[in-house]
Design a protein around this ligand. Structure first.
Ligand code: PLP
Length: 376
């Protein structure tokens, strides 16, 4: 793999050459391809048409992997990876601080198939203790949603290697710009491309990167599950990923500026951002991330619904990773489908707010938070 900067890879990695010399990738909308005298049957659901490969190669280069895959959503990527490797009687070990949708899907769907899954704290000792004779896969997420907990990626990868387990990480919050888990020993890296990779709150997609052997295993199951992404959306995603480095760096800078402001505010009861030097896991984060990302969360003293309605620039909408700053109440959104007891166990309070910083000017965002905090 050639060593170049991440912005250069974002722009030039993968993609398709236009035979007419155009600067952007052409779109090949065909779903029907010739079958006589060819050595490869092209079909969108086979995960092999040109615009899918354009995205797959870009994510593979950005993450430093042999190959990539693109799916119709982040959840499709997650379930295709899990079902590609696990069968009835196997066990999946996940860290407990994990995206609400992953928690919900794994708890409900895998049980019906006779696959055991359970959740444990993300420290290496708990993960190691959670491994059973029938464990096949360890699934982690760092930084985690919504409390920005950091998992020791190197330690988990080495535990998985020593026990011959497949290691998977949800790298959505960090993006490939701030964290490359393959270099830390992880087998499979996935992203909800609906978030930073799409970046404009207008594409639903998922991606993953892995070795060629692992891709073959996952692809076999994926083409049965049918979670392939339409080529028009593939083209749009590939186009959007060209600005990934520029967007994520600006979002990370904005998040740090906002976190520093909120850190000293009397109406903020707690703040969670791994880029703050007083974050308990700051050193661990710095050892495995090249930037701390655009996500942060905090507990506001006052009514969270009232607070979000006082904001003028930051919009209270679900989802994250777009160029516009957004804010959500995890207890009512991403973690609404898990029980209040479970939320309490995870430390997700009703007054917790999760911010996804956009690319606006930091001063305008800080001013927006200041005036809203003043009014509650
Ligand atoms: C959104 C999200 C997912 C799920 O992705 P979809 O594209 O909504 O299916 C998984 N993990 C994390 C961390 C997410 O934020």
């Amino acid at each position: 793999m050639k060593k170049q900067g991440k912005s250069t890879t974002s722009v030039h990695g993968g993609g398709l050459k236009d035979p007419h010399g155009g600067a952007s990738s052409p779109i090949y909308p065909s779903t029907a391809y010739k079958y006589v005298g060819v050595d490869k049957y092209y079909y969108p659901r086979y995960f092999n048409v040109p615009n899918q490969e354009a995205v797959e190669n870009k994510i593979a280069e950005l993450e430093g992997a042999d190959s990539g895959m693109v799916f119709s959503s982040g959840m499709s990527a997650i379930m295709s990876i899990i079902l590609g490797f696990l069968k009835s009687g196997d066990h999946l070990l996940l860290q407990q601080d994990i995206y609400g949708g992953t928690h919900d899907s794994v708890s409900k769907e895998l049980a019906r198939m006779g696959i055991e899954a359970n959740f444990c704290p993300s420290d290496p000792e708990s993960i190691e203790a959670g491994i059973r004779p029938n464990t096949r896969m360890i699934f982690i997420e760092s930084p985690s949603n919504p409390l920005l907990k950091i998992t020791d990626i190197r330690a988990i990868a080495s535990i998985a290697k020593s026990q011959k387990l497949v290691s998977v990480i949800d790298n959505t919050f960090a993006s490939p710009i701030n964290q490359n888990p393959h270099a830390l020993g992880i087998d499979i890296v996935m992203h909800s491309a609906t978030k930073y990779l799409g970046g404009h709150s207008d594409i639903s997609a998922g991606v993953a990167s892995m070795s060629n052997d692992h891709r073959n295993i996952i692809r076999e199951t994926s083409l049965h599950l049918g979670g392939n992404l339409d080529v028009q959306a593939c083209w749009l995603l590939e186009r959007s990923m060209k600005t990934l480095e520029v967007r994520v760096n600006r979002q990370s800078e904005n998040a740090l500026a906002i976190a520093e402001f909120l850190n000293n505010h009397p109406k903020v009861e707690a703040i969670y951002y791994p880029g703050l030097s007083d974050h308990p896991q700051h050193a661990l984060a710095a050892s495995q991330m090249s930037g701390f990302g655009g996500m942060l969360s905090f507990e506001v003293s006052g009514d969270p619904d009232k607070f979000v309605q006082l904001l003028n620039v930051v919009s209270p909408v679900m989802s994250l990773g777009g160029v516009e700053s957004t804010i959500t109440t995890p207890a009512q959104t991403s973690h609404a489908r898990i029980s209040p007891e479970q939320r309490a166990h995870l430390g997700i309070k009703d007054n917790l707010l999760r911010v996804s910083t956009g690319i606006e000017d930091a001063d305008d965002l800080i001013e927006d938070f200041r005036q809203a905090l003043d009014q509650i």
